[in-house]
Design a binder for this molecule. Sequence first.
Ligand SMILES: Cc1cc2nc3c(=O)[nH]c(=O)nc-3n(C[C@H](O)[C@H](O)[C@H](O)COP(=O)(O)OP(=O)(O)OC[C@H]3O[C@@H](n4cnc5c(N)ncnc54)[C@H](O)[C@@H]3O)c2cc1C
Length: 388
Amino acid sequence: MVGGSLAGLSAANWLAATGWRVEVLERASEPLEDRGAGIVLHPSTSRFLTEEQGLPLDDFSVGVEHLRYVGADGSVVAQSDSRLRFAAYGALYRSLRQSLDDRSARYTHAAHVVAVHGNGPVVEVSLADGRHRRAELVVGADGVHSTIRRVMLPEIRPEVAGYVAWRGVLDEETLPERAHLPLTGAITYTILENSHILTYPIRTATGRMLRNWVWYRNLSAPGELDDLLVDREGERHSLSVPAGAVRREHVESLLAVADQTLPQPIAALVGMTEEPFVQVIVDCTPPRMVFGRICLLGDAAFVARPHAAAGTAKGAEEAWLLSQALADPATAADPGEALGTWERQVLELGAALVARSRRAGERAQYEGTWEVGEPLPFGLRASGDSEY
Ligand SMILES: Cc1cc2nc3c(=O)[nH]c(=O)nc-3n(C[C@H](O)[C@H](O)[C@H](O)COP(=O)(O)OP(=O)(O)OC[C@H]3O[C@@H](n4cnc5c(N)ncnc54)[C@H](O)[C@@H]3O)c2cc1C
């Protein structure tokens, strides 16, 4: 397994549970628990933890009862029922790591994969420090800038969508009274001109309640993105600048716009966030996901814009389907055939999700056709299938 974030951990767990001896090679030298972002859960994302580990959903996520739209004056202008659930990245990461440890699978940090070779039954993976590994199957779960994708499909590059997601997380307890009212028990949306912002509660691995917000803002000036991606130390990031590293002038300009354009309760939320962070929104549509005994999944394969809130769910679903295909007695003697069956299923799933998510983004950010009160486009195979 190359990459030990949520897609890599899901695949490692499902494969270990069906009898594979698995090693996860993760570039980061420390556990990834502190990424500080919220994730809209999907039954595919939680399937391993609930069905295989027997964990109650409440152990790692929190639900809401309402979808609310907040208008310019800060009042609730539309409300409907919702059965969505949310988790902190760290809570999912920690639970999936724990279950992998319980199965005695190896998770190796500081393992930076730089190359992959072999089109026969054995694949060799090379690490930056000169170490090598040989495996019957290599799964590239190494994210948007996947090394495995670059080796197998050098012509495929993620495409920048033209806008970024500003994000922030803060303690629910610190929220001012005026922010509580529209936000309590709800996922909340505000539709703005060529922009939108949403917020929902998340629960950490230790049970702390946090408030997560995501504000999609279009890039207008040439060079704006390049400048935004240069951090406080002058380092250029490729896809996101983490909390605490975004340059002060960018944070201050965000806060000023928040104050002028967001409804009061939402502006208060953004204004109280000490260190917002930023992620570039991209799409990626690979034509293939299987190359002999090498395959791609999660963001290393298709990357969908986040408007369907199903990128993690896609990785988890691909991981589960992979373990099912490889365990199928009809193809057990021939992993190549099993991988072919899997690829047909997941190519269709990924392409459809990318298209649906792109449509939702275009409507919200450019066309202005996302109506107040509309049901959300959240879902992996269809809008609405993220509900519990
Ligand atoms: C604003 C925003 C909101 C989102 N909201 C949701 C949501 O609500 N619900 C949802 O389901 N999805 C959501 N997503 C999508 C989701 O975050 C991603 O789809 C998901 O995290 C991808 O997981 P991954 O494991 O494939 O990739 P990543 O999380 O990027 O992990 C890749 C891993 O591979 C490692 N790696 C990279 N290169 C190498 C290498 N060469 N060698 C070894 N290791 C390597 C990295 O260190 C990293 O740990 C959102 C995305 C964004 C941008």
